[in-house]
Write a protein of this length. Structure first.
Length: 570
């Protein structure tokens, strides 16, 4: 599917607003014809027929009505176009958000969050002019000039021919210039997406940049990228001014030719064709219609750059819209197990989590799911676990421990069989470093269970050791801790994240390096909480290379040469 086809497909979202916008524009064009005819008739009656102004009151009143109706239809046209654009953009943005949710957080490893945010905001908003103005004007630019040409033919076929001969030149040059504008707009949106991602990355890593005294270099990079975006924007503007100049040149030449023909025809210097029969009414009528003949084309030329911008954005949005979702081969969370008949005395409990011949893959170069080749990360011949168990996954950095946890959580595609059988589908997660939002400690804990009461949050905070450092904070649990827990130490942030796990009702808890870089006291608190969670019938899977965890688990697995192997003795 091309970008043009994708844009055309979006029009099916709304039916009447787009058509009403075009119809209101055509109605305004017909009023222009009526206005020009009334003005020419009134001037002819006063100048050539010596009619008193008082005898023309009815025609003058009708002319006033026509003049007042024009802005009303302009307003209705703009309103219908805006309504259609809002509906389409809202639908597109919602669909892309659902697509992003389906791809999951690891589905955009080849795209920064700034780029994704730019696509869902700036690039979706770039569709506004295309649907609100360009599409309705495209119909108007055909219907209104055709009606004006027919009207001019009824008065003087030679003057109308001058208009028709110049009319095709304008769309031709619009198309030639527009092809370059589309490419420039696409490059401009790409530069904007990269600039958004670069700026967000610099903000996120500001602390690290300060530690290594690289802030000035980072600022220089942003300035350079901003200047590049400025230059690309100026290229787009140059093309816009060029196309407007070409349009105005041909329109001005055509209007001048009509004016010269009408003037010399009325003076009697032209005796060819219908020129001798020209009257003040017909000549003035055609002359007033000449600028209005080109006005819809002028307006279309102005909005033609809305089309170029929309096509440039659509190519990038189409990539996201058509991104393949994670494969479901063998992945069946929360499904009832198959009924296998066994004698009652030989029945064994059904594992809550089962992995059979599972192969975990990632995109080459961190490409995630959005295109690119795939490479194997980890093979899992067999893995099963029950509620109440504590399982340790060991392996060196980069061996695939985190990838295994993400696959179990359903955030990475797998081949093979991965079954989760839990009544409650929610999952508890504790990563390293812990993620904390820019809100209060209480609300950060509540993220684990939005329905948790304040008493449950207080109890979880006490079990996780959060209450030990609360007296040093100005507002206790209601202290706002900043983006990513900036005002807390690493151990304090880990305790808050642990409290979030404790308040959760999730039966499956995934812990990624829970004791990494912690002091002895915080590490002891984490280990006690792991034991407490296991007693409450949670299934706990820990990915870590910390040997102290071997004393707090029931089973021990190790990743060796890209394969998960069971260690018999912990």
């Amino acid at each position: 599917m091309t970008a043009s086809q994708w844009l055309a497909k979006q029009r099916t979202v709304t039916f009447w607003p787009l058509r009403l916008a075009a119809l209101y524009g055509v109605a305004e064009g017909l009023l222009i014809i009526a206005q020009a005819g009334l003005i020419a008739w009134l001037v002819h009656q006063v100048v050539m027929q010596n009619q008193a102004v008082s005898n023309l009151a009815a025609a003058a009143a009708f002319l006033v009505i026509v003049v007042l109706l024009r802005p009303i239809f302009q307003l209705l046209k703009a309103r219908s176009g805006i309504q259609a654009s809002q509906t389409i953009r809202s639908t597109v943005r919602q669909r892309l958000l659902l697509k992003a949710e389906a791809l999951g957080p690891t589905g955009f490893n080849d795209k920064s969050r700034g780029e994704l945010a730019s696509q869902l905001t700036d690039q979706v908003d770039a569709l506004d002019g295309y649907f609100a103005r360009y599409l309705p004007q495209l119909f108007i630019a055909v219907a209104v000039p055709s009606a004006i040409a027919l009207t001019a033919f009824s008065q003087d076929w030679l003057a109308a021919s001058f208009l028709l001969l110049s009319a095709p030149l304008i769309p031709l040059f619009m198309a030639l210039v527009g092809m370059g504008a589309e490419r420039l707009n696409r490059n401009q949106f790409t530069a904007l997406s990269r600039l958004s991602g670069q700026f967000l990355d610099r903000v996120r890593g500001l602390t690290t940049l300060q530690l290594f005294n690289r802030v000035e270099d980072s600022v220089d990079d942003i300035v350079h990228a901003s200047d590049e975006y400025r230059q690309r924007s100026m290229r787009v503007l140059r093309v816009a001014f060029l196309s407007s100049a070409v349009l105005e040149f041909f329109a001005s030449v055509a209007i001048a030719v009509v004016a010269i023909y009408v003037g010399f025809g009325l003076l009697g210097y032209i005796e060819y064709g219908p020129a001798p029969s020209l009257t003040l009414f017909s000549g003035l009528f055609v002359l007033l219609l000449a600028p209005e003949f080109f006005q819809p084309l002028r307006t279309l030329a102005q909005h033609y750059h809305d089309r170029a911008a929309a096509l440039g954005a659509a190519e990038l949005l189409l990539e996201l819209d058509q991104a393949s979702e994670p494969a479901s081969d063998g992945y069946s969370p929360n499904e009832a197990p198959a009924n296998t008949a066994q004698p009652a005395d030989l029945a064994v409990p059904q594992p809550n989590l089962t992995l059979e011949a599972v192969r975990i893959e990632r995109g080459e170069g961190g490409g995630g799911r959005v295109g690119g080749g795939r490479v194997a990360v980890l093979n899992v011949p067999h893995f099963s676990a029950q509620l109440g168990e504590r399982i340790l996954i060991e392996g060196p950095s980069g061996s695939g421990k985190t990838s295994l946890l993400l696959a179990i959580a359903g955030l990475l595609p797998v081949s093979g069989k991965l079954d989760r059988h839990f009544k409650n589908p929610s999952i508890g997660w504790l990563g390293s470093p812990a993620f904390l939002a820019n809100t209060s400690i209480r609300e950060n804990i509540r993220l684990g269970n939005p329905a948790a009461s304040n008493s449950a949050i207080n109890a979880a905070a006490q079990k996780a050791g959060v209450t030990e450092f609360l007296p040093r904070l100005p507002d206790g649990l209601d202290t706002v801790i900043g983006e990513r827990g900036l005002s807390l130490s690493g151990g304090q942030a880990q305790r808050v994240a642990l409290a979030r796990v404790l308040v959760s009702t999730a039966p499956l808890v995934l812990l990624d390096e829970p004791t990494n870089a912690l002091d002895a006291e915080t590490e002891k608190t984490i280990l006690e909480s792991i034991d407490r969670l296991a007693e409450q019938e949670h299934l706990i899977i820990i990915a870590s290379h910390d040997p102290i965890l071997r004393q707090h688990v029931d089973r021990h697995y190790q990743i060796v040469n890209g394969q998960l192997e069971h260690i018999t003795h912990v």
